[in-house]
Design a protein around this ligand. Sequence first.
Ligand code: MG
Length: 159
Amino acid sequence: MKLRVGQGFDAHPLEPGRRLILGGVEIPYERGLRGHSDADVLTHALAGAILGALGEGDLGRHFPDTDPRYADVSSLTLLAEVWRMAQSRGFALVNADLTVFAQRPKLAPHLPAMREQLAQVLHAETARINVKASSPEGIGALGRGDGIAASAVVLLEAG
Ligand code: MG
């Protein structure tokens, strides 16, 4: 059995006039994440973790933010592309564990939808993906609500 572990981390600032997309799910809020794509930190953390497991560097290397093709693109498209790379090398998902760090808004009601959405892109059973939210408890920039961060760990298995 050939196992590969990968971890990912991402953070984006919040600003007015943007939609808030996390794990491919639009969440009603007065601000959204700023970035070249839809700035979906959770999906970026997961895609980064998969690239890590493959030994393929980072998201910026594969999808440069200077490339107009990726302007305002859904991050699920990037995740799907990264996942095709994993599958073409014969890897399947054992499991993924993800955490979103956000002071606001309350994410608990949206976690099941994020999980479903990400599982769908990876063609995986929902049970293989865990999405949780953690409050920064008012500490620092994340605690002030300046932005949202996310981390991910994935385990892949060669088929
Ligand atoms: Mg990002």
